[in-house]
Design a protein around this ligand. Structure first.
Ligand code: BTN
Length: 188
């Protein structure tokens, strides 16, 4: 990869971090029965892996989580701080870091200039960007709140409809953006 391409990808990576922060301005929807809200920021996490691939996508999510760790109020509702990684939502945050790695891994399997069919991309985003996060988050939630694991897993089903909508939106948006930015597999 040329230096110009590297600079371009690092710039997109920084812009994606900013976009994830902006999604945090959308208010969370609290749920009475578990201490985990419905948020929009996880759509930005899915998008980072789809658009930027495993390396630059992980860089963008890592930068975002590093700001959280430093206490910068970039999480939904202006929250931040290391304590979030140990609280009930810590499992989701930790899982977020691996989302671009997983999405990138599956999407990058195809030869660099061929694009993945939409149904394949959507399946990868649903499995690696939504289900994976919800399962890891459920286990962590169970550990932190002493909820039985099955209760924790079943209560997380509430996120599935919203997370599916976010996955669909992210595939529609990123497939268009990829074309207009002329990004293909050679940019990863
Ligand atoms: C935080 O702001 O501390 C993290 C919130 C994590 C919320 C998770 S992400 C996956 C699932 N889908 C949602 O809309 N909410 C949960």
């Amino acid at each position: 990869m040329t230096n110009n391409k590297k600079i371009k990808m690092l710039t997109y990576s920084a812009m994606m971090t900013a976009f994830i922060i902006v999604l945090g301005f959308f208010p969370a929807i609290p749920l009475g029965f578990i201490p985990v809200p419905i948020v929009l920021q996880n759509m930005g996490i899915m998008m980072s892996g789809e658009l930027l691939g495993s390396k630059y996508g992980t860089a963008s999510v890592f930068s975002f989580l590093f700001l959280v760790l430093l206490g910068v109020p970039v999480l939904t509702g202006g929250a931040g701080g290391a304590a979030h990684f140990l609280g009930p939502t810590g499992g989701y945050l930790i899982a977020w870091l691996f989302v671009p790695l997983l999405i990138g891994f599956f999407l990058e399997k195809r030869s660099a200039r061929l694009s993945n069919p939409w149904w394949f991309e959507l399946s990868v985003v649903i499995i690696a960007g939504a289900l994976f996060v919800d399962v890891i988050g459920s286990f962590w939630l169970s550990w932190q709140t002493h909820l039985p694991i099955l209760t924790s897993l079943s209560s997380n089903l509430v996120f599935i409809p919203g997370d599916l909508i976010k996955a669909i939106l992210s595939v529609i948006i990123i497939r268009r953006l990829r074309k207009s930015l002329r990004l293909d597999g050679t940019d990863r």
